[in-house]
Design a protein around this ligand. Sequence first.
Ligand code: 4NP
Length: 164
Amino acid sequence: MTDRIVQVCFVCLGNICRSPTAEGVMQRLLDDSGLGDKIRVDSAGTAAYHVGERSDKRSREAARPRGIALDSRGRQFQTEDFERFDYVLAMDESNLMDLKALKGATDHSGHLGLLRAFDAIAPPGAEVPDPYYGGDSGFEDVLDLCEAACRGLLERIREDFELP
Ligand code: 4NP
């Protein structure tokens, strides 16, 4: 079993809809499984449009009935973040391409990939679609997709780091 804290960062474009939702979903799973002191979660955006802002009200209102609080503030992912995070998980291919460009020649040895790759029944390349310009159902979909993927992610982290 690892004696250090495993660090996970979820990344989308604006850091106000999808990645804070994934962060909140994963925190809820960690609280429920008692692993909150072993695994730490964060989120960020590839863009700086919403730095310092609260998560989108529609995301917060969709998450609340599921017992998930979205309390983070928007921030932009920085190259130095690769030094800290064991898992950097992108919501879509565009985010992933931006992260790969940012990663460049850093010596990040952790995992960089799509979040939904951890959902065993999602097809290869599956994304969490951007709900920002759509209706309320898009925000429910984001929650469902994040829940399925984060369950798989938690199992994978448990295996990788021999956590109980
Ligand atoms: P997110 O959604 O990447 O899931 O946080 C978006 C938020 C804001 C914008 C686009 C997507 N925007 O263009 O401002």
